[in-house]
Design a binder for this molecule. Sequence first.
Ligand code: DOR
Ligand code: ZN
Length: 346
Amino acid sequence: MKIKVRRPDDWHLHLRDGAILQAVAPFSAAVFARAIIMPNLVPPITTMAAALAYRRRILAALPPNATFQPLMTCYLTDDLSPDELRLGAERGVFVAAKLYPAGATTNSARGVSDVRKIWPVLEMMERIGLPLLVHGEVVDEDVDIFDREAVFIERELTPLLADFPALRVVLEHVSTQTAVEFVLAQDDRVAATITPHHLLLTRNDLLAGGVHPHLYCLPIVKGAKDRRALRTAATSGSPRFFLGSDSAPHPVRRKESARGRAGIFNSPVIMPWLAQAFEQEQALPNLEAFSSLHGPRFYGLPINEDFIQLERKEPDFPACVEIPGGNDCLRIFSPPEKLHWRVAAA
Ligand code: DOR
Ligand code: ZN
């Protein structure tokens, strides 16, 4: 069986830099037309100049003739100047800005310590219509890691949406039923991305029968009830939900360590795993809307003109991707079940 899908975009992608960028960028470019590039490098992308230079490094890492378009984002800090972001948006450098609560995840140390500190930035974003992309987890030590998204929604996001009634917001990589219901209860200025791994995994996959460091990401995968809500949302055809892979490569040595890093590298297998999940939900006809139509609609960008094909056939890909010169590799997302789909050669 083969299905044809309008060429997808990835609305949440970590490409990293240097040797890892060289290793991973071709996988996104092979399938996706565009991607929202996450700015959590060290140091983070906080200026137009840094974003333009990073964009050039990404383009240089692509195979010849690739048409992949990186869409750059700005990393919000407590002291970011609203003018830098506004100018970057007006000049088409920044298509969005990312809010990482300080300490919430990988390379978020320079993130926002208190939303009140970026009030003028948010006012400006609301005025010019620049989307705010949110890592929606509190960092409070007292809040259980499985509750951090729900508590963020209650304590931070709800007041923020009330204070900025026209601000456009994407709640990134939603992981709970609470988040799905929250998004659906807002008007259409609020949307959410969903990752393939949050559709495939529960915390049993992560923790039962041994800790599986390659299935560890943030927000941490939750229970079956939450996964059900995410699957229903993604396959429902609601334009409020679209694909953001959150592909977040870390070298195997950093994943398999006493303090394993959060992040799942899925970019070589995103569409095959989505096809499998949508097939299981008997919703293959809605895959294209999730991967290729709802994202451009939210961002006000044209949909892609060409198509890819997915075929129901055992895929053939390696377990790991070498990091050039790095003497280490990146393990490709591999949930417990067997994959039956692949992207057909063009
Ligand atoms: O699992 C994750 N990895 N979640 C994030 O929010 C960040 C990402 C990374 O950059 O490694
Ligand atoms: Zn991410």
